[in-house]
Design a protein around this ligand. Structure first.
Ligand code: PEP
Ligand code: MG
Length: 603
């Protein structure tokens, strides 16, 4: 289909330019449409339903066969088996079929209504077991809808050329799978700048624009599309001149990249000689090559949960953990590797682990809470860390800590595992370095007490901003309110750095704020000397470090800390940067944190 160019404005969440053809996918099943069907189509519709049942069953069996450990078979196998049985349950299928025939409706609608009705009936039952069946019913309804809507068949191998995936939302596992294959760009309806899916897009170097509400309704399969991850734009039906301009920009970005790579061995020091350690955030193991190439001095954050998500529904084995940790450690030796224990739960759902459906998962069983609720899942991971730490500088970090007890309980659990390994005669590092993420305001407030329990902090501003400002980091409707430069956030950064310094422990910042070169002067002024960020942004941040002296940055931070609004902080930063001696980067700058703060809601 051709048409006039149309520009959609969203959030540029992964830099770069992608040009390709649209493939539209709907991942949300909340809206199931009802179509009236003529009588002569009803047999065909029932056949569609039966085909979907067969397909869903095949997929469930495939997942089930994929299990390796007995424990996992016990944990998940039972649920999958129950789902297969339900799928084959004639009573259920007859009800769905009757609805198609009696109401003359499409199979999707019949599945949706029937499973929802039955599940509601189960909900009121006293018996726990039967009540639990309502979730099974809803799950089976979901599988059938997936099969009917063809979602499980997203294999794009038959589509030629570069694909721009246009979707309402993008589940994490899908982002990893598709980004590694033919998809060259993402245009997503949901999501803020620091959603985990967009972090993955950056890791895979796939340009992405999110917060494009209703995008799937605007785009048709095969539409020519440009994704401009720098400006946060998606252009539908570009003119030949636009295409030419964007191809040119792609070339420029490539040559800029070559120049950035050449900065690898330049020291990361300020004008007055203060060293600033730049570390890499790694989500997928293959990124370690980039970390080395762009000059990161270590890994400041390995988000190990992505290993879990990738392997799901299998659990990663001890050997798989070992192999990745060794690969990371060897890559950046003698620099350190900070392995964050699985930060699952929240939106990085692991339903087989959770066994619960939470109303508000971001405030639920997430991070360290889930670790301690299901410690056996983490045993494998910790065994691998303690083994690798014998001859590599790998350190452990706990996510979403809010209480000192969590650190103490974790240590007791770690001791148990160390004893277990020693009893097996396996060499281990008993004296391992343990740190915590500071990403909840409660952790900031007790930073002095936490500092007595651990050897380092890493400030996770992505979550800290979300929890401090009560703004969901994934919600495009409040993206404007997600303000990294909010005075409360700056105050918390300063407070945490002071407490860490007073206790004599290391403090770094690994949220996306560290990856924005324009915020770096302020972060250094607040006292930070270690930043962890996406590998590709290390050169740009390093140039910023080299452009200033600590004395002037301290003054800048002192001034900004007194300002009452994020907008004024932006203005102060802008005027400071205008006086900067050496321009550090070519091409359009990212607008992110600064422009967000400028759009402060004054109502
Ligand atoms: C953070 O919250 O800032 C962080 C680095 O962790 P994640 O983005 O994985 O939640
Ligand atoms: Mg976090």
């Amino acid at each position: 289909m051709s048409g006039a160019p149309q520009i959609l404005e969203g959030l540029g969440v992964s830099e770069g330019i992608a040009i390709g053809r649209a493939v539209c996918v709907e991942y949300h099943f909340d809206e199931v449409y009802r179509f009236p069907l003529p009588v002569e189509r009803l047999d065909e519709e029932v056949e569609r339903l039966e085909g979907a049942v067969r397909q869903a069953e095949q997929e469930l069996r495939k997942v089930h066969r994929g299990k390796t450990t007995q424990k996992l078979r016990d944990e998940i196998g039972g649920i999958l088996e129950a789902h297969v049985l339900l799928l084959k349950d004639r009573a259920l299928l007859d009800r769905i079929e009757d609805r198609i025939r009696e109401e003359h409706v499409n199979a999707e609608w019949a599945v949706h209504r029937t499973t929802a009705e039955l599940a509601a009936q189960f909900e009121d039952i006293e018996d726990d077991y039967l009540r639990g069946r309502n979730q099974d019913l809803l799950d089976v309804g979901y599988y059938l809808l997936r099969a009917l809507q063809g979602v499980s068949h997203h294999d794009f191998s038959e589509i030629e050329g570069d694909i721009i995936l246009v979707a309402d939302d993008l589940p994490l596992a899908e982002a990893v799978r598709l980004g590694r294959n033919q998809v060259v760009g993402f245009a997503i309806g949901a999501g803020g700048r620091t959603s985990h899916t967009t972090i993955i897009a950056r890791s895979l170097k796939v340009p992405a624009v999110s917060a494009l509400e209703g995008v799937t309704a605007l785009v048709t399969d095969e539409d020519p599309v440009i994704v401009d991850g720098e400006l946060g734009r998606v252009i539908l039906h570009p003119t030949p001149a636009m295409l030419e301009q964007y191809r040119q920009r792609q070339k420029e970005l490539k040559s800029l990249d070559t120049r950035l790579l050449a900065t690898r061995n330049i020291a990361s020091v300020t004008r007055d000689g203060t060293a600033v350690i730049l570390l890499a955030n790694i989500d997928l193991p293959e990124e370690i090559e980039d970390a080395v190439a762009y000059g990161a001095q270590g890994v400041g954050l390995y988000r190990s949960e992505f290993l879990y998500i990738e392997k799901s529904p299998d659990l990663p084995t001890e050997e798989e953990h070992l192999e990745i940790y060794r690969r990371l450690a060897r890559g950046v030796a003698p620099g350190p590797v900070v392995i964050r224990t699985y930060d699952l739960g929240g939106r990085k759902l692991a339903r087989e682990l959770m066994q619960t459906r939470e109303e508000n998962p971001v405030l639920g069983l997430r991070g360290i809470r889930l670790t301690m609720a299901r410690p056996e899942i983490f045993r494998t991971q910790l065994r691998a860390v303690f083994r690798v730490a014998v001859d590599h500088d790998v350190r452990l970090m706990l996510p979403l800590v809010t209480r000192v007890e969590e650190v103490r309980r974790f240590r007791a659990f770690a001791d148990e595992i160390l004893d277990e390994l020693e009893a097996e005669g396996v060499p281990v590092q008993r004296d391992f370095q343990l740190g915590v993420m500071i990403e909840v305001p409660a952790a900031v407030w007790i930073a002095d007490r936490l500092a007595r329990e651990v050897s380092f902090f890493s400030i996770g501003t992505n979550d800290l901003i979300q929890y401090a400002l009560a703004v969901d980091r994934n919600n495009e409707h409040v993206a404007d309110l997600y303000q990294p430069l909010h005075p409360a956030v700056l105050g918390m950064l300063r407070f945490t750095v002071e407490k860490a310094r007073a206790a004599g422990i290391e403090v770094s910042l690994c949220g996306e704020m560290a990856a924005d070169p324009r915020l770096v002067p302020l972060l250094l002024g607040l006292g930070l000397r270690r930043l962890s960020l996406s590998p590709r942004l290390v050169p740009a941040v390093k140039e910023r470090v080299r452009s200033h002296s600590i004395a002037e940055l301290t003054d800048l931070a002192e001034h900004c800390l007194k300002l009452p609004t994020a907008t004024e902080v932006v203005e102060a930063l802008d005027s400071f940067l205008a006086t900067e001696k050496s321009p550090v980067r070519e091409g359009p700058l990212k607008e992110d944190a600064l422009s967000l703060a400028t759009r402060e809601d004054t109502t």
